[in-house]
Structure formats: structure tokens, C-alpha cells
Design a protein around this ligand. Sequence first.
Ligand SMILES: [Zn+2]
Length: 385
Amino acid sequence: MNFHFEVLKTDSTGARLGRLTTPHGVVDTPAFMPVGTAGTVKGLTQQALGELGVQILLGNTYHLYLRPGHERIRALGGLHKFMSWPGAILTDSGGFQVFSLAELRKISDDGVVFRSHLDGSEHVFTPEKSIEIQQALGSDIAMVFDECIEYPADRERAAASTKRTTEWARRCRDYARAQSASGRTNVELSSNPGQSLFGIVQGGMHADLRREHARQLVDLDFPGYAVGGLAVGEPHALSCEMAAIATEELPKDRPRYVMGVGLPEQLPDYVRCGVDMMDCVLPTRNARNGCLFTSAGRVNIRNAKYADDPRPLDERCSCMVCRTYSRAYLRHLFHANEILASILNSHHNVAFFLDTMGKIRQAIALGVLAEFSSEFQARIAAGEP
Ligand SMILES: [Zn+2]
């Protein structure tokens, strides 16, 4: 299967129902992508992910490069084979982690010199290196290497970073093209010759920079586009405004991916900005801290009030956890520091995000997304069940 994107329906709010075809299967959009940082969505087996209906997940280039190493994964047949995941995989460029986790040594137009957060060893990421690693991993969708800036960033800083990111996007695209034209066999180059490369729109919280950067990336002609640098501490309304400005400039026949969002109640808002793909670590990260997302708002399962509560975590959720276990049992597992607590909590949270996106798709198909969104958001805002 080659990469292909089809918009099946666009509703009056601008939300799109679509179908993304990748070398590892079809993805119904709008899609939520669980984050599989180091070749695992923490707390969930690949079998469980399949049963939950996950069609695409994320892998982190920075983490996999440092451990176990991209050449090792290439030699073992690529990331799909290494982690025994038959569905689609998107890899990030490593940029976000380098800028947020590593100790930065030097940033220049050439690339970034950094120290590993694991052992302090020094490494260099350039746009070309990022593509080389992602080709070795063999993801279905690779991302261009971009500069991620802090929030808030003034106009001058955001403009300089946007300029650099455009140049890096061009280098990523040219390197990927040169590799596929080099005549090297597919196995030498990548375990996934059908890999696509997405551009990333940056520009901070500056509307004109977002617009201009989106246009520059469209000129570079990527098969899909992401909007990066959001969910970095700005108000949600501003985040949506920036996403909407970028999607307005992006071609209608290409998928749009907003990186690193969001809370369940925010997902319909991004969809209404014309966004097709999202990813977020919240369902798994919060699960391990006992913070559970439900259709009636957030539940902190540590609370004493759940100790004698025989009800399922979320009475509207049909996941394995909610069908099988009580709030009292989940609270007990958390307090006893049992491994099963993380497993069950992660299972429900990922199920809840996927289920929310499934309901959003259904609402778009039926033409009732606005009604669905206000009811869903009001129920969550009402607070703990
Ligand atoms: Zn559930």
C-alpha cells in the first residue's frame, strides 16, 4: 500500500472525516495516536492496542536513537518488526526531545549538539541525521527536523526559528529524495520504502509568522503537514487560533496533524479547526499518576471516596477495565503500588481517548459535531462523578 489521503466529508464547522492509507494499514481520521515513546505505549501490550482499535501510534526518534540505537533496529528489520506492531507508525524528528530533555551544547544552522539525558554522552542531530534515523526505524510517516522554541517567544526569536525550520525542512526533503534516488536497495536504506515525510509549521503564537511559514512549507510540497509548537503553556483558545490559521493555508487534500494535543474536551475543538491527526502522552502519563479521564470529568483514583465505591470507573465506557473492575479495586491497586494499577489505568485512558475520537468521527458523519461537542464538553466540565 502506498501513502494516500482521502477526505470523505467536510462539515459546516470545517471538521473533516477522512481515510489515510499507509504501508501498514488504513487510519480513519480524525485519529488519536497513542505515544509509544521507546517502542512501547507504556502499560499496554501490542495485542491490547490492537484490541482497542489503535490504527497508528507514535515512536520517538530521540529515545530510540539513544536506546537501543537505530542501527540495531534497522538490523532487526525496522521498528514494526522489532516491536511486533503490524499497524502504522509515525516517528517524530527528535527535535522536540532534544530541545526539552537533553542538555543543549550548541544550536546552529547546521544542527544541534546535545548531551544524552541517559549518560551525558555527546551527540549531533542535523536534519539529515534525523531522516537517516527515521529511515532506519522504517516508520510510515517521518517528520522533518524542526526547531522548537520556548513559550512565550518574542516575534524576532520566533521569526528566526521559523526561517531555520524552513531551511531544515528543505534539507530533510532533499536528503530523503536523494536517498531514494541513490539506487541503494530498500533494505539498506530503510525497512519501509513507502515512508512519507511531513513538514511542520512553526511560528510561535504570531499569526502572520504561522501563515507565512505554512505557505513556505506548502511550496516545499510535502504529502502531509503538522502544526508544531502548540500546547506549550499557551491558553487553549490561542492554541486553536494558531492551528486554524495554519490549516487555512494548508492544501485541503493533505492530512493535517497537530502535535502534542490535547485534553479529551479539547479534541473536538482541534477537529473543528480542520485537524485530522493528534497525539498526546496524557492518557498514559496521567494514568500512572492515578489521574483518569472519564465522560464525567477527571477522576483521581487515589481519593478516599473511591475506597468503598463498587461502580465501574466510567459507566459510559465499554472498555475491558470498566466492564470488569470497580473503582474500589482500582483505588486499592494504586495504593498498594501494584503493577496492575498502571496497566489498567493506562488501558482505560487510552480507550477513552480512542472512543472519544470514534464518537467525533461518527458525529461528523451524521452532521452533528457541534451538538456532540457542546454536550461532551459540558458533561466533562460538570466535574467528578
Ligand atoms: Zn473504561
